[in-house]
Design a protein around this ligand. Structure first.
Ligand code: ADP
Length: 475
């Protein structure tokens, strides 16, 4: 109702009425006599006034509708109202303004979408705060690194979230823009080391609107750097020990031991063993280095894994029969637990033979009392699993994952003293299986309870059947 009283039509009608009242009063007697004519004029002009006002009213409603649409980011170019040229001009101006606004809005929207996808796909975490340090934005990586959700993070102070409140308050971050490293657990519960850089962000006026923190996961870099240092120290240590003993024997020989034939021959024997061990180690290191640099090219061929395993086991059986010394006890039995149905796989036979040699070699080395070494083969959906089980000294659970690390040997002097390994064999085996697209793992019930090494090789039953038929055709 109030809206109606305020409307242009109502006000126009009232103004028109007032005008006619004044006209009527100004010549009261005359108008009273010609009352019907006067009322006729009044009604006639009222119709004009109403038509005019209604047109203006519709124009203004259209303009205001258009402005409302623009406000909501939508521009309707079809509504072209009729009206006075001034209002049409105004309408045209509003249309232009609307077009500019909608264009700017679209640009802003595009930029925001671009920024959102950049932030979403960034590996580094990004956190933005307001000028009091309360978090207003965090990307997916930041949430992952800090193991939190957007809801939990919003409005929290950045120094509390990063748990650095004991060293910095928010104003320190603003003033010093420090670079810090924190240790934390990510969403996968992995412990990670995060390097964090802070930068202020200001408005054009120079006014500080908040701070941006960029979180970079340094875990892999740190680990690689630690491993590199450890590797250099391991190589130096592993080579220094045999070199020192060779030097000591050579010095003893020089000091006269050479004259005692028996002692001299024993010293030379030990020196040769140590030298051979160093040569073995260096050749293992070269193999690993070639694999690290992806310089190993696999010479793959499609072969029947069963026939290949039979051949390798027969060969090792032969060696066990002929070569019995104080390192290799003669009472080993190699048992095959697999069907003779062909399994076709694509492998580098030299490399996989090296894997089998190494695992069975270890089974022998670390089973001082001999025993049965059983070889199992199992085809699965996408791979074939080869397991080699011994009845030897076993491996403590805590060492099971580490034995594939370079130079790692289970820390037990008695187990390594006789066999003099390099601690590199299983690293090479691991890398060979990996470049074939397989995985390797060890399991053991613990010390003295034997060990099982299992590794997989890619396999597909369809391809295998195809080669089965092809082999039959060939025969
Ligand atoms: P090494 O040259 O010392 O044998 P490897 O890399 O081949 O080096 O093996 C690493 C360590 O894993 C060995 O030193 C040994 O302690 C342990 N190990 C490997 N195979 C076996 C096994 N079959 N039984 C018990 N321990 C094993």
């Amino acid at each position: 109702m109030i809206k109606f009283f305020n409307s242009m039509i109502f006000k126009g009608v009232v103004a028109h009425l007032l005008l006619f009242v004044i006209l009527f009063m100004s010549n009261f007697d005359y108008n009273l006599i010609h009352l019907s004519t006067f009322i006729g004029y009044y009604l006639f002009s009222l119709v004009f006034v109403l038509v005019f006002l209604n047109q203006q009213h519709r124009m203004i409603v259209n303009v205001s509708k258009q402005m409302n649409d623009i406000k909501n980011g939508y521009l309707n170019r079809d509504k072209i109202p009729k009206g006075t040229s001034k209002i049409n001009e105004l309408y045209e101006e509003i249309l232009k303004l609307g077009e500019d606004i909608v264009r700017t809005q679209n640009n802003l929207e595009n930029q925001r979408n671009q920024l959102d996808s950049i932030l979403a796909y960034m590996v580094d975490g990004v956190i933005a705060t307001d000028r009091r340090g309360n978090i207003i934005m965090a990307n997916k990586s930041a949430l992952h690194y800090l193991n939190t959700s957007n809801e939990l993070l919003m409005e929290k102070n950045i120094v509390d979230v990063l748990k650095i409140a004991d060293q910095y308050n928010f104003y320190d971050l603003l003033e010093k823009e420090p670079e810090i490293t924190i240790e934390t657990h990510d969403a996968g519960n992995e412990s990670i080391s995060l390097h964090i850089k802070f930068a202020l962000f200001r408005r054009e006026s120079g006014f500080i609107s908040g701070i941006i923190a960029v979180l970079h996961d340094m875990t892999k870099q740190d680990k690689a750097e630690r491993e590199r240092r450890l590797f250099v120290s391991n190589v130096s240590h592993e080579l220094r020990t045999p070199l020192t003993s060779v030097k000591a024997y050579l010095e003893a020989l020089e000091d006269g031991a050479i004259d005692d034939k028996e002692t001299a021959s024993s010293f030379i024997g030990v020196s040769l063993t140590e030298t051979n061990r160093m040569i073995r180690m260096i050749s293992d290191l070269l193999t690993l280095s070639r694999m690290d640099q992806d310089r190993i090219v696999l010479n793959k061929e499609i072969i029947n894994l069963i026939a290949f395993l039979d051949y390798q086991i027969n060969r090792l059986d032969q060696i066990l029969e002929t070569e019995s010394n104080d390192l290799i006890s003669s009472n080993f039995t190699l048992v095959r637990k697999y069907s003779d149905k062909p399994i076709w796989v694509e492998i580098d036979t030299d490399k996989i033979a090296q894997v089998i040699d190494n695992i069975i070699g270890n089974a022998i080395k670390y089973s001082p009392k001999g025993g049965t070494i059983t070889i199992y083969v199992e085809t699965r959906e996408r791979d074939v699993l080869i397991s080699i089980k011994d009845e030897g000294m076993g491996i403590p659970k805590s060492d099971l994952l580490k034995i594939f690390d370079r130079f790692y040997r289970v820390d037990n002097a008695s187990r390594n003293s006789k066999v003099g390994g390099t601690g590199l064999g299983l690293s090479i085996v691991h890398d060979i299986v990996k470049i074939h697209g397989g995985t390797i793992f060890a399991s053991s019930e613990g010390e003295g309870k034997g060990t099982t090494f299992s590794f997989t090789l890619p396999y597909s039953s369809e391809t295998s059947e195809y080669w089965d038929d092809a082999a039959d055709d060939f025969e």
